[in-house]
Design a protein around this ligand. Structure first.
Ligand SMILES: C[S@@+](CC[C@H](N)C(=O)[O-])C[C@H]1O[C@@H](n2cnc3c(N)ncnc32)[C@H](O)[C@@H]1O
Length: 260
């Protein structure tokens, strides 16, 4: 297992899936990114369409959009997440959805198998997505932007994509990777939003659920944690500023050869 998959397996074992019960009040001035992602992926569905979701984790986000498709495959590298996914799938009674332990870089699916590939805060492997999509098929990707939780990372002195806030926007890099693999980028949308954690305990729980601060350790990180909470506490709660983005791209349809 990769370190990433080991982290997510610990999350699944601790919280029974990808989401914890950390309480927050969230404010979305640009719209709710998961709702926009659901709308985009659902609109691309059809009764016979095949969807591949990479980095599906506990599958709950995927199960929401699955009714729009005829066949759905969710893949992940974390066995514990996939055990949760299988449980949620059975509860939702969606037999056309299957989950597999598989690396997104080598899906083993045939060329042109999928109509749509989604990755929601999961990996982006542009060349493999291009191979596995049919001509005219779409990829919908949700990523974490360079300004995400910046103040928290600055306070801790480390974190996911630390320091990237001074560089090229991460969404631009993703769009470039997709273009380089032959896709046409059809949408790029940024979402800035605020989460207000109800207590220090809720923020602590959340930091165990996500890899925003790598190797988060409540004892070793206590001084930075307390400093952050003191700096960002407001009436609504303990503020965490988020930055996510969605990029959608299409594999060009095959060009008909003309005969004279
Ligand atoms: C942030 S979670 C995704 C959450 C999920 N997509 C959702 O929206 O609820 C990222 C997931 O990607 C998985 N992952 C990371 N690299 C992967 C790879 N190369 N192939 C398959 N899964 C991968 C991790 O194991 C983890 O479960």
């Amino acid at each position: 297992m990769t370190m990433d998959a080991e982290f997510y397996s610990r999350v699944a074992e601790r919280f029974g899936g990808y989401f914890s019960d950390a309480r927050s009040t969230d404010v979305f001035p640009d719209g709710r990114p998961d709702a926009v992602f659901d709308e985009l992926a659902t609109a691309l569905g059809a009764p016979h369409a095949r969807l591949l979701d990479v980095g599906c984790a506990d599958g709950r986000s995927l199960l929401r959009i699955s009714p729009a498709y005829g066949a759905v495959t969710g893949i992940d590298l974390s066995p514990s997440m996939l055990e949760c996914a299988e449980r949620y799938r059975a509860e939702a009674d969606l037999p056309h959805v299957t989950f597999e332990l598989c690396d997104a870089a080598h899906t083993k699916l045939p060329d042109g198998y999928a109509d749509v590939v989604t990755s929601r805060r999961g990996p982006l492997i542009a060349r493999e997505f291009e191979r596995v999509l049919r001509p005219g098929g779409f990829v919908v990707y949700m990523g974490i932007g360079e300004q995400d939780a910046r103040e928290l990372k600055e306070t801790f002195g480390r974190g996911q994509d630390f320091g990237s806030w001074n560089g090229r926007p991460l969404a631009e890099g993703i769009a470039q990777e997709l273009s380089d693999a032959g896709f046409v980028v059809t949408r790029s949308q940024a979402f800035r939003f605020e989460e207000f954690y109800h207590s220090a305990g809720d923020l602590d729980t959340f930091l165990h659920q996500v890899p925003i601060v790598d190797n988060y350790d409540p004892a070793a990180d206590m001084e930075a944690f307390d400093r952050y909470v003191a700096a960002v506490s407001v009436d609504q709660g303990i503020r965490l500023s988020r930055h996510w983005f969605i990029v959608q791209a299409q594999k060009p349809a095959a060009v008909e050869s003309s005969s004279s």
